[in-house]
Design a protein around this ligand. Structure first.
Ligand code: GDP
Length: 207
């Protein structure tokens, strides 16, 4: 599915982004045929910050919202030609059991009924830490959709240069990534990796 305007096949301009809708159940999932980029990551990994960096806005995705409070999927329209799908964060320790169950139910529904709309999955992990069990589960769900998956290793600015390669190797090993799997070192804080990620998302649309 080509992104952007049908006529000129221009690359998507991520700075032209607007909130489209929130979905807490399957009836609200968007399936209008536009490409969808699904973003996932554990709470506090910097998912909102990565999204805000991509769209060049301070506050499109809400940074620092009390983690796990809202179990819903947020859709943002990008340049009239694709959706950025902000999946609810996971793994926040203080979340109640019922909230965890709501999250699991919504994700199950999304990957069963909404997954055929996913053009690319973006899994955000913390470059400083070994991916968690939840990260592995999310990675498996993305893999099962068969869509291209991009792993973003955020908070690059928090590491010394010498720490970067070993950190990336640990992520590759833990998620059992192959040579072909894409792992992008990223800093939402500094903007590192932004052009690469935008390029990869545009490329995913050409498949
Ligand atoms: P979310 O819960 O995954 O949406 O995470 P947020 O975007 O709210 O970020 C959680 C915290 O990490 C905030 O204090 C951010 O300022 C911080 N943060 C996010 N990305 C980066 C980054 O690349 N570098 C640094 N140093 N801090 C970051």
């Amino acid at each position: 599915m080509a992104c952007g305007s049908e006529e000129d096949h221009m690359a998507l301009n991520f700075t032209k982004a607007s909130y489209a809708r929130s979905a807490g159940a399957a009836r609200d999932f968007l399936r209008d045929g536009l490409p969808q980029f699904a973003f996932a990551g554990r709470s506090n990994v910097g998912k909102s910050s990565v999204i805000n960096r991509l769209v060049n806005r301070k506050n499109l995705a809400y940074v620092g919202s009390s983690p796990g409070k809202t179990t819903q999927i947020n859709y943002f329209l990008i340049d009239g030609g694709a959706y950025l799908v902000d999946l609810p964060g996971y793994g926040y320790a203080k979340v109640s059991q019922s909230e965890k169950e709501r999250w699991a139910k919504l994700m199950e529904t999304y990957f069963q009924e909404g997954a055929d709309a996913i053009t690319a999955g973006v899994l955000i992990v913390d470059i400083r830490h070994k991916p968690t069990e939840n990260d592995r589960v999310m990675h498996d769900w993305f893999r099962q959709t068969g869509c291209p998956e991009i792993i973003v290793a955020n908070k690059l600015d928090k590491l010394k240069k010498s720490q970067v390669e070993p950190a990336l190797a640990l992520i590759r090993e833990t998620l059992e990534l192959t040579e072909e799997d894409i792992l992008v070192p990223f800093s939402a804080e500094k903007g590192t990796g932004k052009e690469e990620l935008v390029g990869l998302l545009n490329k995913a649309c050409e498949r």
